[in-house]
Design a protein around this ligand. Structure first.
Ligand code: UD1
Length: 429
């Protein structure tokens, strides 16, 4: 198993290219199941989760061709995938595959809408709380699906196709919204989704579906209206930049000090996180190339943050912010409202010398003068990168074990940080 070794204390200077968003790529790839024509996706990140989803889609009979390198492309340019679900040969998504990545459960929506049936294992995925799928099932039920749970599988049927309906989510859910939008796009009649997730990735997928011939309006707001069409066609779509990767590197620069341009980043996708970094004393400046992040000399001020659905502060940046606040001058509070049990990074940060106490969903972080390097263990995707951020400012050497969690969501993290002067390397095997 690979590990990452970091020797703290180096400032970061230079530029870091931001990849396409993982959380848009996955539903976009899944949306390819809605059509028998080819969907071409540009700016696809090279991530373990993307590779795993290729395998899952392959199991349904989807062909995926990855374009070769073009002249002038760098190692950091995204890939282009040509995805063809001309023939769906299997409508079952087995436990062995779905349990490895939760978002793969979402294949249930296009399979059901196009084929009239789907049999998808209940998901596993990140170890952050129970993460049920009841609201995804509710959405499909409201569109006329018959649903039963059979030995760990959700079996959904709609022999005569799905029918538009009203879906009012009692809680904001990204996966529920993706599922509802995909299913409704080829249902008969009109669907109205209330209390929809407003995450930018929802808008990106809706843009792509509209290019494919769907009639979706309001994506990005909390009320989405979809007029079902009988068939979708092919399209070409460029995945939007990853706002979580952007925020993660912004926090890395804030931790280490220095000045870095995050190329291709779009500041409007993470205004809440940039506002918090501004309060902490980090300079954030939008530029033509992306966003410039700088912290020179001055210490970090503590912050009070509560995670919430977009446009609030994202739960996917909570662990990274906590790592940063371990060095602030004073006491910070971070409240996690989206996922219970999303604090596995706390005990690892404490191993590096952080002072953090937990009370239910609220963490109190008392900033310390120094962190000290130690062996630590990555527990989930975002938690693992928070350990890297802490290690950048820790005295001596930190070894992060189990970095396969990192590889699920961060492309060439060690190369991107080393390119800006960090002392970081991957130890293979
Ligand atoms: C997506 C993101 C993930 C992010 C999360 C919240 C992708 C691939 N993943 O995950 O990175 O952390 O949004 O921004 O885009 N819930 C239910 N019942 C359901 C579905 C969800 O109770 O049927 C709850 C969840 O347990 C959680 C909350 O709703 O407490 C939000 O979850 P949701 O937005 O659905 O997260 P994901 O789509 O799984």
């Amino acid at each position: 198993m690979d590990r990452i070794r970091i020797t703290g204390g180096k400032r970061l200077n230079g530029s870091i290219p931001i990849a396409g968003a993982k959380n848009a790529t996955l539903p976009l790839m899944i949306a390819s199941l809605l059509t028998d024509q080819t969907l071409v996706l540009d700016n696809v990140p090279r991530l373990a989760d993307v590779g795993l989803l290729q395998r899952i889609l392959g199991n349904h009979g989807v062909d995926i061709m990855v374009s070769g390198k073009r002249p002038g492309e760098t190692q950091y340019d995204g890939q282009t995938l040509h995805i063809s679900a001309a023939n769906i040969v299997d409508t079952t998504a087995p436990y062995e595959l779905v349990s490895r990545m939760r978002a793969s459960f979402w294949v249930i929506a296009p399979l059901l809408a196009r084929m009239g049936e789907a049999r998808v294992s209940m998901p596993g995925g990140c170890a952050i709380g129970t993460r049920p799928v009841d609201l995804l099932i509710m959405a499909l039920d409201n569109l006329g699906a018959e649903i039963e749970i059979d030995r760990g599988y959700v079996v959904a049927r709609a022999r005569n196709g799905l029918k538009g309906g009203k879906i009012s989510f009692p809680k904001v859910t990204v996966g529920g919204t993706h599922t509802a939008v995909m299913a409704a796009s080829i249902a008969s009649g009109t669907t109205v989704i209330e209390n929809a997730a407003r995450e930018p990735e929802i808008g990106d997928v809706a843009d792509c579906l509209n290019k494919m011939g769907a009639r979706i309006s309001g994506a990005g707001s909390s009320r989405i209206v979809i007029e079902g069409v009988s068939k979708l066609g092919g399209a070409r779509h460029r995945v939007l930049p990853d706002r979580i990767e952007t925020g993660t590197y912004a926090m890395a620069v804030a931790m280490a000090g220095g000045e870095v341009v995050l190329e291709n980043a779009r500041p409007e996708l993470l205004q809440a996180a940039f506002d918090v970094l501004g309060q902490a004393g980090v300079e954030i400046t939008p530029t033509n190339a992306g966003v410039r992040v700088a912290r020179n000399g001055a210490g970090l001020a503590p912050v009070q943050v509560t995670t919430s659905p977009f446009p609030g502060f994202p739960t996917d940046l909570q662990a990274q912010l906590m790592a940063l606040m371990t060095r602030a001058k004073g006491i910070s509070h971070i409240t996690e409202t989206i996922f219970e049990n999303r604090f596995m990074h706390v005990q690892e940060l404490v191993r590096l010398g952080a002072r953090i106490t937990l009370n239910g969903e609220r963490a109190t972080i008392e900033g310390v003068e120094t962190l000290k390097g130690a062996p630590v263990m990555a527990t989930d995707l975002r938690a693992s990168v928070s350990l890297v951020i802490a290690a950048l400012a820790a005295e001596g050497e930190t070894i992060v074990n189990r970095v396969y969690h990192l590889d699920r969501g961060f492309e060439r993290l060690e190369d991107k940080l080393a390119g800006c002067g960090a002392a970081i390397e991957r130890l293979s095997g």
